[in-house]
Design a protein around this ligand. Structure first.
Ligand code: HEC
Length: 189
């Protein structure tokens, strides 16, 4: 979510399937529509066929008919999966996801890296947990950033009394540019 296409895609994204099926199910009320949609998924996954499918011709041509999942999944499990599909993949969640993605895209590169590698779960801006606060690290090393680079790559222990022997893990996979980006981020905290 949101639905996206991949070059080697073998089936349409689940979100697209969910929206599509729901739109095609005829019913007199929303609750009936949901029940019918769940029943459709339960039946179709076990017995897929061309006369039942809601897929358009172009999709059928590129993906083919889905293989039956008989024996691989139970009817009860399908009910649970279908309920999940029709409650999770809705307009409201889609909008929320797009908004969250937008917020993430707007973060600085340093913040993205710090979140990705969980620097932020140990290091806070000012609070001393077991890990030194970011602004204190910058104050100590701003004239010797190479020492920070070295500790980020190889880890560190015993340099901060208040950390009481807690270890900073090593991040050997970070490139020199990524570490520079993280240092710019630390400076701004
Ligand atoms: C599991 C917790 C943890 C994570 C995750 C973590 N750190 Fe640390 N970090 C520490 C601790 C604890 C210390 C203090 C180690 C010491 O006393 O030498 C430290 C120290 C440091 C230091 C100072 C090292 C020195 O030589 O004094 C820097 C710079 C640093 N961390 C940056 C980062 C960055 C950047 C990340 C993310 C890529 C990160 N840390 C992820 C726990 C963590």
């Amino acid at each position: 979510m949101p639905a996206s296409s991949y070059p080697e895609e073998v089936a349409p994204p689940l979100m697209a399937v969910t929206f599509h099926v729901y739109d095609f199910i005829q019913a007199s009320s929303k609750s009936e529509q949901k029940l019918k949609a769940i029943a459709f998924v339960q039946d179709y996954v076990m017995n897929p066929s061309l006369d039942k499918t809601f897929c358009d011709e172009a999709s059928l041509e590129s993906y083919g008919l889905m293989p039956s999942q008989k024996g691989k999944v139970t009817k009860g499990e399908l009910e649970a999966i279908a309920k999940y599909m029709f409650s999770f993949y809705n307009q409201e969640n889609l909008l929320k996801l797009i908004k969250d993605q937008q917020e993430y895209d707007d973060l600085s590169e340093g913040e993205k890296l710090a979140r990705k590698h969980k620097c932020v779960s140990c290091h806070k801006q000012t609070l001393y947990t077991m890990s030194p606060p970011l602004h204190e690290m910058w104050a100590r090393y701003k004239d010797r950033p190479e020492l920070m680079r070295e500790s980020i790559t190889n880890g560190s222990q015993g340099k901060w009394k208040q950390s009481r022997g807690a270890m900073m893990p090593s991040f050997k996979d970070l490139s020199a540019e990524e570490i520079d980006t993280l240092l710019v981020w630390i400076e701004k905290q």
